[in-house]
Design a protein around this ligand. Structure first.
Ligand code: WQD
Length: 338
């Protein structure tokens, strides 16, 4: 699994081991921390094979495919900061697309058939209809980051259409939040968090003076944006189900996309209130202007995930926020500066 030391990757390692898989991490730690490996060692009580490799490095990736007996690939590795992608688009196109094309070239050479790709609900933009299904047309991306996800889906689709012997599932993540209940691994944003939940927990921990709620005048019950926040462990378990689905497939080449969310929409203010109720920690926040590029509301129709993968999200928003807070407390004011 590329990017296996990252936020979603590291949690997926835990679920894979629990499901009897033997994951191998490929990560260059350009956007993740080696401390994730320490956390995994504590949770699992064993080492996980990790190759410190940039997954656009063809020679190094050939080596891994040649020396490891791989039954499938989960491709997490990608740069994912929406704002940075606007400032440095070529860095995003180079990294996010080259790594995928290289994997698609290598897999058939080594008889590796199954690919799970980390996509994003960002490809939907602002859907006209909610909840959003996989048949909802994609909208032009709002950022180069989002565009790399849409282009990646098309690269896989076209490669499979050319009968590349790969069976692929693109999982369109909604908003991953929370942490493993042990608080040994979790989200570790670089610098000032762009995402809501790490900003909430850093504000509650006193690292940030207050949270700015971006916009209170949207067409929603309380005027703040709606998103589908999914516990990262539910997301991790969806990857296990996706790999199992591909492993039992009889097809030579196949491609499909699946929404991975809870199916529930929550406003920013409802997250703040739930956080305060669950942790007893009052949150200092103000409602300010909208953030450019934000969409108003999106949440998933998860029928296909249930029918195709036999998977549904099990954890509540309250549990996600409790786990996020426990992780923040464990970090004990540790912040990664850019
Ligand atoms: C959620 C809501 C903000 C911070 C992005 C990417 C997506 C994925 C997840 C990578 C929005 C509001 C946020 C803050 C706020 N990234 N907010 N104050 O924008 O839905 O999705 O991150 O895979 O692809 O697009 O997530 O957490 O940034 O924002 O009010 O300090 O919280 O306006 O409504 P988003 P987010």
């Amino acid at each position: 699994m590329t990017g296996g030391a990252g936020f979603i990757g590291s949690h997926t390692v835990v679920s894979l081991i629990e499901a009897g898989f033997e994951p191998i991490i490929v990560d260059d730690f350009s956007n993740s921390q080696r401390t994730a490996l320490d956390g995994l060692r504590t949770i699992l009580g064993r080492e996980i094979t990790c190759h410190t490799v940039n997954c656009t490095d063809a020679a190094a990736m050939h080596e891994i495919f040649a020396n490891e007996r791989l039954s499938g690939v989960i491709h997490f590795a990608a740069f994912k900061a929406v704002g940075e992608s606007v400032a440095k688009p070529l860095k995003y196109y180079r990294n996010n697309l080259d790594s995928l094309v290289l994997l698609l070239e290598l897999m058939p050479q080594y008889g590796v058939k199954n690919l799970v790709f980390s996509s994003s609900c960002t490809v939907y933009g602002q859907p006209k209809q909610l909840p959003v299904t996989e048949a909802t047309p994609r909208q032009p991306a709002e950022s180069p980051y989002g565009n790399t996800k849409a282009i990646s889906e098309d690269i896989i689709r076209d490669a499979v259409r050319s009968e590349l012997p790969v069976r692929a599932l693109a999982l369109r993540y909604f908003n991953p939040i929370g942490a493993h209940p042990s608080a040994q691994i979790g989200e570790l944003p670089l610098g000032v968090p762009a995402n809501l939940v790490p900003f909430i927990t850093q504000t509650a921990a006193g690292i940030r003076p207050s949270l700015m709620v971006y916009g209170g005048d949207y067409d929603t019950p309380d005027g703040t944006c709606i998103r589908d926040y999914i516990h990262v462990m539910d997301l991790a378990e969806a990857h296990v189900q996706a790999l199992r689905k591909l492993a039992e497939s009889r097809e030579t080449s196949s491609y499909d996309v699946i929404n991975i969310g809870t199916g529930r929409g929550e406003t920013v203010l409802s997250l703040i209130k739930t956080f305060e109720q669950e942790t007893g920690v009052p949150l200092n926040y103000t409602i300010g202007p909208r953030r450019p590029g934000d969409i108003e509301k999106v949440y998933a129709d998860v029928t296909k995930a249930t029918q195709t993968l036999g998977w549904t999200a099990r954890r509540s928003l309250a549990e996600s926020l409790q786990d996020a807070w426990r992780w923040q407390e464990k970090l004990n004011h540790k912040v990664l500066e850019l």
